[in-house]
Design a protein around this ligand. Structure first.
Ligand SMILES: [Mg+2]
Length: 280
């Protein structure tokens, strides 16, 4: 016969969703996450090392200096670098490229700062449900300031914005999400949801103990502007969508949807799962 001390008891949060934390580029602004990608290509081109958009996009989600370093560590890029310079890229090269990157990124952010369709409607409904709106980003604080100002003019004002330069380490570390939780006054991470378009962004949410929702069509994985996406033949759309879906699902996302306009049913489902005692 089992004794009482043979059993453990699991505590579960059964309350409401308290906060939704959105990534910026590719999730709520900059359909296709174009702004960072084009600047990475330019910065390497200036070093006489051409890189493809796919190479520029691969580490997306990370803080931008880590992103530049990750590109220099790709075998294909390293080979081209050595052909151009007769030596492998160094940390000093990464520093110098990041210095070039910052003003160029800031200069072009406003070109790509239109809100992704569905953002305002979703935020209005979440606020109606007393859910706080957090944001975080691989951009630095000065880059994020451009997006904040541009989207304020479009009617978007988050309760919290944490940037890569505000924490000791960016994604996939959970620090930005946890700082959002502090700023939003959330009392249990189980009550938080992270929405992101990249693998490091999904991992960040999971590492913070939160529910994570991946967005495919508007994000870096598909990597097309809204117009380019709309012009794509249906078969090509389906292929791109399912490839992106697979990547984010395999990263552990609880839900994967096309874009922010499809997030609300996921929040409703999370609310029901919490009520049943499920945890992220
Ligand atoms: Mg993003």
């Amino acid at each position: 016969m089992s004794q009482i001390f043979d059993f453990g008891y699991r505590r579960s949060y059964r309350g409401a969703v308290q906060a939704v934390i959105f990534d910026w580029a590719g999730t709520i602004v900059d359909f296709g996450c174009v702004a960072p990608a084009v600047v990475f290509v330019e910065v390497f081109k200036d070093r006489r090392v051409p890189i493809s958009m796919a190479e520029a996009r691969a580490p997306m989600g990370a803080p931008k200096k880590d992103h530049i370093r990750a590109i220099t560590e790709m075998d294909s890029v390293r080979r081209r670098w050595e052909e151009a310079h007769g030596r492998p890229p160094s940390e000093a090269d990464v520093d110098a490229m990041y210095e070039d990157f910052v003003p160029r990124q800031i200069a072009c952010l406003s070109t790509y700062s239109a809100l992704i369709p569905g953002t305002l409607e979703l935020v209005a409904e979440l606020r109606r449900q007393d859910i706080k709106i957090g944001t975080n980003t691989g951009y630095s604080a000065e880059m994020a300031a451009v997006n904040l100002a541009d989207t304020k003019a479009q009617g978007f004002e988050p309760d919290s914005c944490v940037t890569a330069s505000d924490v000791p380490a960016g994604r996939p570390y959970p620090f930005m999400c946890l700082k959002n939780a502090i700023e939003l006054g959330v009392d249990c991470v189980d009550a938080c949801v992270k929405v992101d378009d990249t693998v490091p962004g999904i991992e960040e949410g999971l590492n913070a103990g939160m529910w994570s929702i991946g967005v495919t069509v508007s994000g870096n994985e598909v990597g097309l502007t809204l117009e380019e996406w709309q012009d794509l033949p249906e078969a090509e759309k389906a292929a791109r969508r399912s490839q992106a879906h697979r990547r984010l699902a395999q990263a552990g996302a609880h839900y994967v949807v096309d874009d922010v306009s499809q997030v609300l049913p996921c929040i409703d489902d999370i609310t029901q799962r919490l009520a049943r005692g499920e945890r992220p």
